[in-house]
Design a protein around this ligand. Structure first.
Ligand code: BES
Ligand code: MN
Ligand code: ZN
Length: 494
């Protein structure tokens, strides 16, 4: 159970040591309706404590018989990201109380606002405790009971958020898992379990991928004792429409291969499958929400290891598209995996757009820090919709340039291309490499190397695996307007 929050809905307050939760507006206005003498007591105490209802600040107040947990909302509470953050603060405050039990009386909030608050509280409650031998006991779960007149409507709006949270948690769990526990076959098993939600899940093994000619992906996996896999997750909610395709890099561990990485920080490479995790989490959310659209998720799962059978720098591999690649650096492996996953997705599904996610380069962290995912696209429409979705979910993306002058850096003397460019602009040349494996479809690549893992917690995202991308993709699909290709840079092969 990754979420530490047990939420229930009821018309009446639970019994026992329960803190009554009161959201407090800008000028100390108490939002729920309380008995007059209690309200007066709270107002007096707020004044003494100089509690003014600032956003996210909390105050615990006791009477002889009850306790009240006050949370400031700041300016008028709107739905969306602010409400979610408030929910995150609410969870932390409640988690800090002795009983960890809260009762939220009717605040007469719009169902979407209430749902977003509860969604934020749920997101904030995530914790990955699988490998602690002394588990926290069930009685330290935080319990929140929500009341209100519009209970049925509140519950149904919340359930949609709950499905999204499940997708985020599914992704976070995958990212947290160490590589001795989560390797390609195990990752694929976890995907197969999602068929209980109505997803069609297909797993391609090495023989199947060999038949398809996926020499780029298989070359990366050949140095590992763990077999490679490709997983196709298909959600068919939209009849005969072509699907939208999500594609993910799933390197369950990246040692660098023969171009071995230095030891310092190598443990981080357990989350080099963050792109595949985001795609899987998004598919989980979409299936849980039962969207009436067609969406397919394709992830390439490999482990990049150095051994007697590993590919060498200088090897030439043939991708499924027929193009040949000179592998100059075996540590530039994600793009090799994606080359085949992208080509496969485009040719098999003829999707109306493709978005791929990958912890692809350290260079994107040098460019953008850890504040944004890097966005590269051949379609201005798709790019701007991703930017919008990023702003709304605070899973922000920042568009980066591409073009023939970068693409040219991939020229090889013995094959169609090299797998690395020059010393500079490494995130961009990586994107240009990927662009060569998409023929005609509006496509965007998100380089999420700076976003899949976080060293500091925020109101709704704990430290560690963030699940970044799940909410972004979910929002993109909800607001989808269509897109067309506006650039085809790789045409320059001078
Ligand atoms: N998985 C790494 C990129 C990465 C770095 C992700 C740091 C998360 C944090 C990727 O496979 C890689 O090794 N990229 C190389 C490319 C280089 C060899 C051209 C890099 O960024 O150094
Ligand atoms: Mn690498
Ligand atoms: Zn990698």
């Amino acid at each position: 159970m990754p979420a530490k929050l047990k939420l229930s809905f009821s018309k009446t307050s639970p019994k026992g040591d329960v803190a009554t939760i009161c959201l407090i507006g800008k000028n100390g206005e108490i939002i729920p309706h309380l008995e007059r003498n209690i309200a007066a007591h709270l107002i007096r105490t707020m004044a003494l404590a100089q509690f003014t209802g600032k956003f996210g600040k909390s105050l615990m107040i006791y009477t002889d018989t009850n306790s009240y947990l006050l949370i400031g909302t700041g300016d008028k509470l709107a739905s969306g990201i602010e409400a979610e953050k408030l929910g995150g603060k609410l969870f932390s405050a409640l988690n800090g109380t002795a009983s960890k039990m809260g009762w939220m009386p009717d605040h007469k909030l719009a169902p979407t606002v209430l749902a977003d608050v509860l969604f934020g509280a749920n997101l904030a409650s995530y914790h990955f405790d699988r490998y602690f031998t002394e588990k926290e006991k069930d009685d330290v779960m935080v319990r929140l009971c929500v009341g209100g007149e519009a209970l049925d409507e509140n519950v149904s709006v919340y359930q949609d958020r709950q499905a999204l949270a499940n997708g985020v948690f599914f992704a976070r769990d995958l990212v947290f898992e160490p590589a001795n526990k989560l390797y390609p076959v195990e990752f694929a098993n976890r995907c197969s379990a999602l068929s209980s939600l109505g997803l069609e899940v297909e797993v391609l093994d090495e023989t199947a991928m060999e038949k398809l000619g996926m020499g780029a992906l298989l070359g990366v996996g050949q140095g590992s004792r763990r077999e490679s896999r490709m997983v196709v997750m298909n959600w068919r909610g939209g009849g005969d429409e072509p699907p939208f395709a999500f594609v993910g890099k799933g390197v369950t561990f990246d040692t660098g291969g023969i171009s071995l990485k230095p030891p310092k920080g190598m443990e981080d490479m357990k989350w080099d499958m963050g792109g595949a995790a985001a795609v899987t989490g998004a598919m989980c959310a979409i299936a849980g929400r039962k969207l009436n659209k067609n969406i397919v998720g394709v992830i390439g799962l490999v482990e990049n290891m150095p051994d007697g059978n590993a590919q060498r720098p200088g090897d030439v591999v043939t991708a499924m598209s027929g193009k040949t690649i000179e592998v100059i650096n075996t540590d530039a492996e994600g793009r090799l995996v994606l080359a085949d996953a992208l080509h496969y997705s485009e040719t098999r599904f003829k999707p109306h757009a493709i978005v791929n996610l990958a912890t692809l380069t350290g260079a994107i962290i040098a460019s953008l820090g850890k504040e944004y995912g890097g966005l590269f696209a051949n379609s201005d429409d798709l790019a701007s919709q991703l930017e919008d979705a990023g702003r709304q979910t605070e899973e922000g993306v920042w568009r980066m340039p591409m073009g023939p002058s970068y693409d040219r850096m991939l020229k090889s003397h013995i094959a169609d291309m090299k797998n690395i460019g020059g010393p500079y602009g490494g995130a961009i040349t990586a994107a240009c490499f990927l662009a060569r494996f998409v023929e005609r479809t509006p496509w965007a690549h998100l380089d999420i190397a700076g976003k899949a893992w976080s060293d500091k917690a925020t109101a709704t995202v704990p430290k560690g695996g963030t699940g970044y991308g799940v909410r972004l993709l979910n929002r993109l699909i909800d607001d989808w307007q269509g897109a067309s290709v506006s650039h085809k840079w790789e045409q320059s092969d001078d």
